[in-house]
Design a protein around this ligand. Sequence first.
Ligand code: C5P
Length: 210
Amino acid sequence: RGGPVIAVDGPAAAGKGTLARRLAEALGLPYLDTGLLYRAVGRLALDAGRDPADPAQDIAQTLSPDALRRPDLRATEVAEAASKVAAQPLVRAALVETQRRFARESGAVLDGRDIGTVIFPDADLKLFITASPATRALRRFLQMGGDTTAPEAAQKLQEMEEALRARDAADAGRETAPLCIASDACVIETDTLDAASVLAEALRLARARL
Ligand code: C5P
């Protein structure tokens, strides 16, 4: 490989994306958000009026780079569809090569669920980023422009936390490439850390290992 591969895995809304993007920038490596691949497949399945639980490998096999640039991949319904297509072994198989190829030339930082366990079991550094469901729900709420002083805030937060827990349970419980901590991963709990501190910790680990 032309450079180091850094795997950043963890549950939904733990801060993986923010960390992976900043880490890639700091180290001068390309960055791939692998969740976008599954989101794009889920989005196209919904667009075609299909149940995302139905076989979707045809979509994964013909996924174009343009499909990853769509602005509407962040919606909750798309995340849920992504989780359903991501449980299909044939969908995952269709996306493996794209992810490996991405890092071939100059290494990369990739974030997802199975980067350190399946896609790059020999990654130079594996980070598992996590936080409590309540913390993650609050972050996602604020990210979406939510106001914690609004009368419906508590109810909304509760709903978001339940949705995150349900998606994590599906991702951790599936048979193929479930969300789990690689035996050689460094776990970073981000409940009491801001993004700058998470980056500092990741850079410390990177400097010690790369
Ligand atoms: O990370 P993000 O929330 O964008 O991922 C959406 C969904 O895609 C996840 O809930 C998971 O089911 C799936 N995913 C996956 N493997 C990855 C990245 C995402 O199964 N490497």
